[in-house]
Each structure stands twice: as C-alpha cells, then as structure tokens.
Design a binder for this molecule. Structure first.
Ligand SMILES: *Cc1c(COP(=O)(O)O)cnc(C)c1O
Length: 401
C-alpha cells in the first residue's frame, strides 16, 4: 500500500476511509501457520470481532481459516460468508443460555466460560460436545481493559474451580471435546504464555475425550518502530514441541487451535482522513481531521498509539502536531507527534487500523460511518459503502407532537 495508491483511494472513495490489504492478511496467516508447521493438526480461527466485514471473512475462508465468534450475529455473518458450522467456534462471555442453544442448533462448536451455564447446558443437552474456557490466572495483557487473566476477571472458569467443574461434567455426563484459554491481548513475554499453557495442559489431563486444545490469542503486534512484538516463530517452536509431547502422552493427535484477531488484521489496515483545519494555539499546533473517536476510538479508549503519516507531503519538514478530530468532545488521536508539515486538505494515514477500528465505529455526532476498501490482487475494491443520511434515520421512529 504505497502513498500513491492510498491517495488515489482517498480521491476515488472519499474520506475518511478504511483500507485493508489482502496480501498482508494472507502473509500473517501463512506466517502463523508456518510457525506451527510441526503440529499435525493446526486450526486458526480468525477472531471476527477484530474486523467483521463479510468480504474479509470470505478472504479468510479462502485461506482455509476457521472463525472465532462472540455473538450469534457473528456466527450468522460467518455462515453467510460461506464458513461451515464446524469451522466456527462460539466463545461468548455472559450471554444467555438461549443464545448458546441457538448457536449450538446451527452446528457450531460451543465454548462455555462459566459453571452456571455449563451445568444448565449439560443437563439439557448432554450429547452436544462442549469446549470449556479456563482462566489460568496468568497476567499477560498490556492495558487493564484487555487483560483478562486476573483472579477477579469476568472471563473463563477459574482453575481453582476445576473440582466443581469435574463434578458437573460427571453428573451431567456431558461431552467435553475442547479446552480453551484466552489470556488477553498484548502478550509480550512468550514464557508467560508457555507458563499459562502448562496450566492448560495440566487441566486437559482431566478430560478423556478431547479433540482440541485452544490457546486463544493476544499476540502483540508492533505499532511503531522499536515496538516489541510477540516472537511468533519462537513461540511456534517451543509450544509445538510441548504440544506434540502432550499428545503422545495423552494418546491421541489433538488439534492445536488459536483464535487471533489483531495479529492477522491489525497491520493490514490503514485509516485515511483529511485535514480540515490546522489550528495554532498559544502552545500547540492542532491538525483537525474529518473524523474522530466515532470512527477510531482506540487512542481514546486504550491509549493506543497509531502511527500517523502525512501521505500528501511525505518529504515535508517535520514539525510537532497534535492530531485531533471533529467530535464535540476531546478526541485526541495523537499528542505532540512529529509529522511532515501538514497543510489543510492533506490526507493523513493512521497505521495499524485493521483490528478493532471499524468494528468499534459509531454514529456519534450523527456522523456517517466510513467506507471500507479492500486491496485484492493490486485492485482496490469497495467492501462497504459510506453511510448516508438514510442510515442515520434508519430504525428511528418519529412521533408527532
Ligand atoms: C478478542 C478475542 C480474541 C482475539 O484477540 P486478539 O488480541 O485480537 O488476537 C480471541 N479470543 C477471544 C475469546 C476473544 O475474545
């Protein structure tokens, strides 16, 4: 995705716009597959919530990926995109028994993360195979909002409750075919990940009919030069070896599953916005773009630092800017960042905008959500139209006074 292509996309499709590169998605998918090439049965289930456009899902289907879903709507999207139900895993948190039953009816693999629903589901449907989400209480996450392993976390069944879990399984005679953990996003230290994996292996020994072990995700991707990223190749080498040994001892070739979101799509996406105003105050130069946290909330929500490049003036003298939006509330994308000289009308490119960006967009300030474009085999294709005023009014019911 060179500057020329991106400027042309902003011209052709308007701004703001999300742009995704199919080649980058494909190479990340292949990189992860390759890292675990010594494992006989590997299953990558792309986490839909990161970027859920149906054309992106179809691309993953063409790569042979499965899907990790957290709502029945994501399951329905996956089925619509052509995935087979058995290639979808449903890993919700805090959803109703009814929703889980409806997903199970579709033939999708269920993953249950609390004892209350496990007991109810197991009692009513003892024949439906169920995966269980374990919380190994290993802290791996960066930001507290995305760290899910701590003792008071709402995610997963605590390893301290394994005796109770085993009693429920025994009483209901339900079939546990998978065991799962997802320790949160932004794993920096693979030794921590391997430590959590040991807890999962230890737990797995309690179940006789496993088909897979799902290690979740949370691989960290670099956001700027010098950022640490999860060393996937090293993790692949170490975990594959350990997994193969486990399978030998277990007496069965299990499937090793992952469910990465960010790793697969973060770097594949950029967000393009146009500079409306350059505003000099007594202390700061603001570049105000035709967007805000209604389109890209991660900097405000997680403090994430998306690199910002002025693709209209990449050779311009570097100056310091605070890049902000047009929302009537503080919506800072970047504070005091060194960027090539910005003029009104320039297009700024926000990197790492593939994961958790469009999917978190809203209509706040009654603005339209942006268009999405996928570059496939060198050709930019519209995969979501920019919204229109009809979309803003859609589902609103007018009453007369
Ligand atoms: C969000 C989520 C993922 C994906 O996490 P990433 O950090 O984007 O890789 C995987 N599994 C579950 C259960 C999730 O909730």
């Amino acid at each position: 995705m060179n500057n020329k292509t991106l400027l042309q996309i902003a011209e052709d499709f308007g701004s703001p716009v999300y742009v995704y590169d199919a080649d980058t998605i494909t190479s990340q998918y292949n990189r992860l597959t390759k890292a675990f090439s010594t494992v006989k049965n590997l299953k990558l289930n792309y986490a839909v919530k990161a970027l859920s456009n149906i054309s992106v899902l179809k691309l993953f289907n063409s790569l042979g990926s499965g899907l990790d879903t957290v709502s029945i709507q994501e399951v329905q999207l996956g089925l619509k995109a052509g995935f087979k139900p058995e290639d979808i895993i449903f890993t919700p948190n805090g959803v109703s028994l009814e929703e889980i039953e409806n997903v199970a009816k579709l033939g999708v693999q269920i993953n249950i993360d609390n004892l209350s629903i496990l007991e109810q589901f197991g009692t009513k449907h003892p024949k439906v195979p169920v995966c269980i989400r374990i919380n190994p209480h290993v802290m791996a996450g960066g930001n507290t909002n995305i760290s899910v392993g701590h003792i008071d976390s709402k995610f997963g069944i605590s390893i301290h409750q394994i005796p109770l879990l085993l009693r429920i399984v025994e009483n209901t005679k339900m079939n546990i075919n998978g065991i799962h953990m997802h320790t949160g996003s932004d794993i920096l230290d693979i030794d921590v990940f391997l430590y959590a994996s040991e807890i999962l292996f230890e737990t797995a020994k309690n179940f006789k009919d496993l088909e897979f072990i799902d290690f979740g995700s949370g691989f960290k991707v670099p956001y700027k030069a010098g950022d640490i990223e999860t060393n996937i190749e090293e993790l692949g080498k170490k975990l594959s070896k350990r997994f193969n040994t486990f399978c030998k001892n277990y007496g069965k070739e299990l499937t090793l599953a992952f469910e990465p979101g960010k790793f697969l799509v973060s770097e594949a996406g950029v967000f393009l916005a146009k500079v409306n105003v350059v505003k000099q105050t007594t202390s700061t130069v603001f570049a105000q773009v035709d967007s805000g946290f209604n389109h890209l909330i991660r900097p405000m929500l997680y403090g994430s630092q998306h690199e910002i490049i002025n693709i209209s003036n990449p050779k311009g003298r570097e100056r310091f800017y605070s890049v902000v939006g047009y929302i009537c509330e503080t919506d800072t994308f970047a504070n005091n960042r060194r960027i090539n000289q910005i003029n009104e009308g320039d297009i700024l490119c926000f990197k790492n905008a593939g994961a958790y960006c469009f999917t978190m967009a809203s209509n706040y300030n009654s603005r339209y959500r942006p268009a999405e474009v996928l570059i496939y085999q060198g050709k930019p294709q519209l995969i979501r139209k920019r919204e229109t005023f009809d979309d803003i009014l859609n589902n609103q019911v007018e009453i007369n006074f």
